[in-house]
Design a protein around this ligand. Sequence first.
Ligand code: GAR
Length: 203
Amino acid sequence: MNNHKVGVLVSGRGSNLQAIMDKIAEGVLPLEIAVVISDKADAFALERAEKAGIPNFAVIRKECADKKEFEAKIDEIMRAHGVELIVLAGFMRILGPDFISGWRHKIINIHPALLPSFPGLDAQGQAIRYGAKVSGCTVHFVDEGMDTGPIILQKVVPVTDDDTEETLAARILEQEHKALPEALSLWAAGRLAVQGRKVTITN
Ligand code: GAR
């Protein structure tokens, strides 16, 4: 049986992309990364993809006439590579409603906080400034809102008194690298059922 094809959207370092690639290489995640697309030409994630022999592209917003054209290019590349699921792994842009509706329940995002707390940018800094005692990461399907889609799974970490944004981000990232492959493994096994806001993990 052929493995399901996913496309990964990135903006930077790509450690979550690497976590997925590593699990695939270990033979424990039955997926193929068909393509990696970055909105930043110098994203280290593109180097990781290149090194692994994965087709990779930079699609730059400023080089497109508008957001519609930018998203149409991404859509076209994803479809040309037979992508069934799009993974946002540190992709720092909001996708528009046209794009989202073309990929309903077929886009997964990882966010470095326990949603619905601390959506948007600098989630780790938000948690520290708020005085939260725990934070973590959330893997969720993407809908039209900002970090509001149905939650697949979450992992919790403590926030300590001496945490900085950097130490908390590192603690959360360790869990992200487990959570994202775990969610993808459930998806690949056809075990995620979405009803309204709720995602059920079926047997
Ligand atoms: C990760 O912490 C991810 O959760 C976050 O960006 C980082 C990317 O790291 N994403 C968001 O904040 C999305 N709103 P990576 O490039 O090393 O995977």
